[in-house]
Design a protein around this ligand. Structure first.
Ligand SMILES: Nc1nc2c(ncn2[C@@H]2O[C@H](COP(=O)(O)OP(=O)(O)OP(=O)(O)O)[C@@H](O)[C@H]2O)c(=O)[nH]1
Ligand SMILES: [Mg+2]
Length: 447
């Protein structure tokens, strides 16, 4: 299996092929993102090697010349060593890993590794590793492990090829078939493990569905889901909107589990907010499948807050990626508000005002804000509540004194605008959802 990435800061190189259909801006943004991902894993990226090619080299992803250039650099044979970012110790440095900005085949990775003389990790592996490190709950861990096993399986075959034919035969130890090769054995183990994990997930899924149904059953709670690109500020907004302590970190994929909290100050109807896993360009396919169940929360929501980092120069691309993932999981028709966040982080006041105008004209009905400004958060809070209250009606309910036990139901399901009383009972002027008001009137009549 692959080497565990050490916690200490390791030196890495980034290497990438720019294909003809990829613009310079897009290519640069992707490289910047890979460097961020690497940083999240504790790597110091000291240099980047890029190359324009019509396609990837079949044998080793990069062309021969570029491979030689990297080999020389890694092995301290370069004539003129120039770093993009100097390593901590200029007299004693060693490149640990070459990070490749595409998903490459197992044999391309193996050949490149052999040639340059250090470990090679592709974009998919980097993302899987981050998910692996950040997964906390049992469900998230199982989902990440399935995705990792799916990725590792073909690579085991490559590792076996590397070991050569002699090392591959194993006698029938442990009751396994005699002469079964390492690879077959490992493949079977991987398959069994995936099946086992899938069973676990099905069980956890059933449990979660029950919880969700219970939650929704309770007084018809409304749900808002925060979705968007990784690091856009979803968890920060979740904290601000609900007053709860959820993990916020300036690293990619800080959140892997869905958390659900009530909007605070509380509203009527009570509104639940859920925070979800962030998206990224080229999210490994195994992960999209694995996290589908986590994202069901988004599907169940009656409103999506699509959070976008307005301070990121590549926000439009990130917005598109989120749209694509939402379409892929079938959340296309859930109403959504686009929330352009981190406006405080965009240049000076004039630049912020200019971008706000541009965004508002390009995306009508969007919200431009900073999760760090309480006033902005309060406005978003109001906007959400207004959406849920727009279908509400006003009504008058009379509650005779002998039915006072229903009083708490009135306060729990409707907003009480006025309450007066005489010697027969209490009169309420309420505002609430049609269904809630109807239910209340019926229960009063039954008394
Ligand atoms: N300046 C500024 N920084 C913000 C704002 N909102 C969030 N941040 C910062 O952005 C970083 C990422 O925030 P998170 O809330 O963890 O982002 P996320 O979308 O939950 O990220 P993942 O869980 O990784 O998908 C943190 O360092 C936050 O403090 C904002 O409005 N302005
Ligand atoms: Mg988060």
């Amino acid at each position: 299996m692959q080497k565990e990435v050490k916690e200490r800061s390791n030196l890495a190189l980034v290497a990438a092929v720019q294909l003809p259909n990829v613009s310079d801006a897009e290519f640069e943004a992707s490289l910047t993102e890979l460097r961020e991902l690497a940083k999240t894993l504790g790597y110091d990226v000291v240099k980047t090697f890029v190359q324009k090619r019509a396609g990837f080299d079949i044998k080793a992803y990069l062309g021969e010349g570029k491979r030689e250039e990297i080999r020389a650099f890694v092995n301290h044979e370069s004539y003129d060593v120039e770093f993009d970012k100097a390593p901590p110790n200029l007299n004693d440095w060693e490149i640990d890993t070459v990070l490749v900005d595409h998903e490459i085949s197992p044999s391309q990775a193996r050949n490149l590794e052999k040639e340059v003389g250090c470990e090679v990790m592709d974009r998919t592996m980097v993302i899987l590793e981050i998910f692996h490190r950040n997964a906390r709950s049992r469900a998230a861990r199982a989902q990440v492990e399935i995705a990792r096993l799916g990725y590792m399986a073909p690579r085991l075959r490559e590792a076996a090829k590397l070991a050569g034919p002699q090392g591959r035969q194993r006698s029938g130890e442990g009751g396994r078939g005699a002469g079964e090769s390492h690879t077959e054995l490992d493949r079977r183990k991987v398959r069994d493990r995936i099946a086992e994990l899938q069973q676990d997930i099905i069980a956890m899924e059933a449990e979660r569905k029950t919880q969700r149904a219970r939650r929704q059953g309770r007084q018809g709670l409304a749900g808002v889901a925060l979705v968007g690109y990784t690091n856009a500020g979803k968890s920060t907004l979740m904290r601000a909107l609900t007053g709860s302590e959820v993990l916020v970190a300036n690293k990619l994929f800080a959140t892997l589990d869905t958390t659900v909290r009530a909007l605070y100050p509380e509203s009527i109807p009570r509104i639940l907010v859920s925070d979800t896993v962030g998206f990224i360009k080229n999210l490994p396919h195994g992960l999209v499948a694995s996290f589908k169940s986590t994202l069901d929360e988004a599907l169940d929501a009656s409103l999506l807050l699509h959070v976008i980092d307005a301070s990121d120069s590549g926000f439009e691309r990130q917005l598109e990626v989120t749209n694509e993932v939402l379409a892929e999981i079938g959340a296309d028709d859930v109403p959504r508000i686009r929330v352009f966040n981190k406006i405080d982080y965009v240049g000076d006041d004039a630049a912020q005002a200019a971008l706000t105008l541009t965004l508002q004209s390009r995306y009508p009905d969007c919200v431009v804000m900073s999760a760090k400004r309480p006033d902005d958060v309060a406005q978003l809070h109001q906007k959400i509540v207004a959406i849920y209250q727009q279908d509400q009606i006003e009504a008058e309910i009379f509650l005779p004194w002998e039915a006072q036990q229903l009083r708490k139901n009135i306060y729990a399901t409707c907003q009480v605008l006025a309450e007066t009383s005489d010697d027969t009972g209490a009169f309420f002027k309420v505002r609430g959802e049609v269904d809630a008001v109807r239910k209340l009137s019926e229960s009063v009549k039954l008394i």
